[in-house]
Ligand binder design. Structure first.
Ligand code: SF4
Length: 229
């Protein structure tokens, strides 16, 4: 019992230290996907599965020009839609999900993107990651966006030692006050994209290496050799 309490306190202290140090480094918190409406963000995040933000940003201008809102997306020509999103991968499933999501927004939500987790995850192709991103970026509510970068960095740091995104979200949520969820998860995303990269994390230049249980030995690999500065 005492060990659990100590572990909980240690996680809270770690989350607080990460927040204090990382959030000021990346003050431009927000999605790297380009969008101008909540519907566009929702579509862009659906397209970002197994695809880079850069590639999604390359296809969305033409996509949104052709189908700028749920009403027009809901009746889009399926083959034209597939062609527009082809380069993001899994294009048939993504095109079908985008069209079906637009149709459900029209039929069940009067044409507006819903703003609750329960409603968002009903939409085809929308999981908790997508829902949390829309909830936080569009509606200003707290959301922990556990994408591949957040999952990896939170695991390596010891903040959420798991490979399961749902579990990771719950662990981060319990270690961090709700009003810090969004900023902390975006900061962990930037850390993962720029420093704690999947292969050969740059522990030498990591701003939180002194807090990290995996510093210079991420993923159980042999300790990374320190490079001469
Ligand atoms: S010290 Fe290394 S493993 Fe830990 S968060 Fe930084 S880059 Fe990642």
């Amino acid at each position: 019992m005492r060990a659990d309490t100590n572990a909980t306190v240690a996680k809270r202290n770690l989350a607080a230290a990460l927040y204090e140090r990382l959030v000021p480094l990346w003050p431009d918190q927000g999605p790297l996907l380009h969008y101008s409406t909540c519907f566009e963000l929702l579509v862009a995040v659906i397209l970002s599965a197994q695809c880079t933000d850069e590639q999604v940003n390359a296809v969305t201008p033409a996509l949104f020009a052709a189908y700028p809102d749920p009403a027009r997306m809901a009746v889009a020509d399926p083959l034209h839609l597939e062609k527009l999103v082809h380069s993001t991968g899994f294009f048939r499933a993504k095109a079908a999900n985008i069209r079906a999501t637009a149709a459900m927004i029209m039929s069940d939500y009067s044409g507006s993107v819903p703003d609750t987790m329960e409603e968002l995850v009903r939409l085809p192709g929308v999981g908790r990651k997508t829902a949390n991103l829309v909830i936080s970026a569009c509606f200003g509510k707290p959301g922990i966006v556990v994408d591949t970068h957040v999952l990896r960095t939170a695991r390596r740091l010891g903040l959420a030692p798991t490979d399961d995104a749902g579990q990771s979200e719950r662990m981060i949520a319990s270690a961090c006050p709700e009003n810090r969820w969004t900023e902390l998860s975006f900061a962990l995303n930037r850390l993962g994209k720029l420093v704690c990269v999947a292969r050969s994390p740059r522990c030498d230049s990591c701003p939180v290496s002194d807090l990290c249980v995996s510093a210079f030995k991420a993923d159980g690999e042999k300790p990374h050799k320190r490079t001469r500065r």
